[in-house]
Design a binder for this molecule. Structure first.
Ligand code: SAH
Ligand code: SF4
Length: 360
């Protein structure tokens, strides 16, 4: 089996090359070819000695994940389905905006945490993605989109808000984050790379020490009683501990606020009274709120909050001086919106088969 170089961060690549008898600085050279140029073929890496190129061609590869399908939304959002061999595909979503291009990246196939409103959670946990599968989503998306007129990659921001809980695949996620930040690879600023977590408290502390990037915390409820129900991991790391972890994170974070995500569920967590309770809860944590209108999927009993309820909820937070945005739903015609990522390869294949069967 060839070694996929996308599985290595800078340190691991230097170790690999040293073991081959090469100087560690070759790692930087190689990384620039792989990530900055986007070159998957060793033969094209002209400033690397021919002998090393030959050696690498024999025992290594640059292999992005296997993409089975691309879908394009009317609003320009693109979704790629990656085959990770678990029956259910994993998805990466590109969201173009005027001043930036954001890639939403997955870190696990499925998710073990089973939040009650999330379609990824409904499929259970399959496995962690490898470093190559995580950073490969960025490699692949940039490669497909191509460099812009200034010769830059179009993806300026990355959010780990796709499928899975990034902090439960900690080591691979951090290696991939390091490649996103590394000047010899993508060189993104820490402020433009966001990890979203449902609140794995000890891992938040580790992230702060090992690789602080912007942090989004999925809150969704103003008290433990409701959060226990919506986000079951709350039973292990309740709100008091979560708020304290947010404060600790801010001591080293590249931004001076935490983003709280809050999915708006009709009649469940969207009353003005609950907004007031929320204001009290986050009193000691500098934060911004991002309200996410619930995106429905098959087999859910929840409904999206009414626009006037979202507006009133937002007003309460704003009156307490908390900057609050409501997330625009993007790509919902291709089921690429938050929480809709389910990679339904099997279902769609089945439907296709039925269609084919129907024709014949
Ligand atoms: N596991 C991490 C990151 C992936 S989920 C986390 O939970 O934070 C990314 C975001 O989408 C989270 O805020 C999640 O709560 C939200 N989300 C999940 N299902 C949703 C749905 N059906 N509608 C809207 N947002 C949803
Ligand atoms: Fe997992 Fe996040 Fe979905 Fe919860 S919301 S089930 S943590 S992916």
């Amino acid at each position: 089996m060839k070694q996929n170089l996308l599985d290595f961060d800078a340190h691991a690549l230097a170790v690999y090359l040293t073991e081959m008898g090469e100087k560690p600085f070759r790692a930087r050279q190689l990384m620039r070819w792989i990530y900055r140029v986007g070159e998957p073929d060793f033969a094209a890496m002209t400033d690397i000695a021919a002998s090393l190129r030959d050696k690498l061609a024999q025992c290594a590869s640059i292999t992005p994940p296997n993409v089975m399908r691309e879908e394009l939304s009317d609003d320009g959002t693109r979704k790629w389905l990656l085959n990770v061999g678990t029956g259910n595909a994993v998805e990466a979503v590109y969201i173009p905006e005027e001043t930036r291009g954001t890639l939403c990246v997955s870190t696990q196939a499925g998710c073990a945490l089973d939040c009650s409103f999330c379609s990824t959670g409904k499929q259970g946990f399959n496995r962690n993605l490898s470093v190559a599968e995580i950073i490969g989503q960025l490699w692949w998306a940039n490669h497909q989109l191509g460099k812009n007129a200034e010769g830059l990659w179009p993806i300026s921001n990355v959010v780990l808000m796709g499928m899975g809980e990034p902090l439960l695949n900690f080591d691979n996620t951090v290696s991939a984050l390091r490649l996103m930040l590394d000047d010899h690879a993508y060189g993104l600023s820490r402020r433009r790379v966001t990890v979203s977590t449902s609140g794995i408290v000890p891992a938040m502390d580790r992230l702060r020490e090992e690789c602080p990037v912007a942090l989004a915390v999925s809150l969704h409820a103003p008290n433990d009683k409701l959060r226990d129900e919506l986000v079951p991991i709350n039973q292990k790391y309740p709100l008091r501990e979560l708020m304290a972890a947010c404060q600790r994170y801010l001591e080293k974070a590249p931004r001076d606020f935490i983003t709280f995500e809050y999915v708006m569920l009709d009649g469940v967590n969207d009353s003005e009274q609950q907004a007031r309770e929320l204001v009290k809860l986050v009193r000691d944590v500098p934060c911004k709120f991002n309200l996410i209108p619930f995106n429905p999927f098959p087999q859910t009993h929840y409904q999206r909050s009414r626009p006037d309820a979202i507006q009133r909820f937002r007003d309460v937070l704003m009156q307490a001086d908390i900057v609050t945005t409501t997330r625009k739903t993007r790509g919902d015609d291709i089921a690429a919106a938050c929480g809709q990522l389910a990679g339904q390869v099997q279902d769609k294949t089945k439907r296709t088969m039925q269609r084919i069967a129907g024709v014949h």
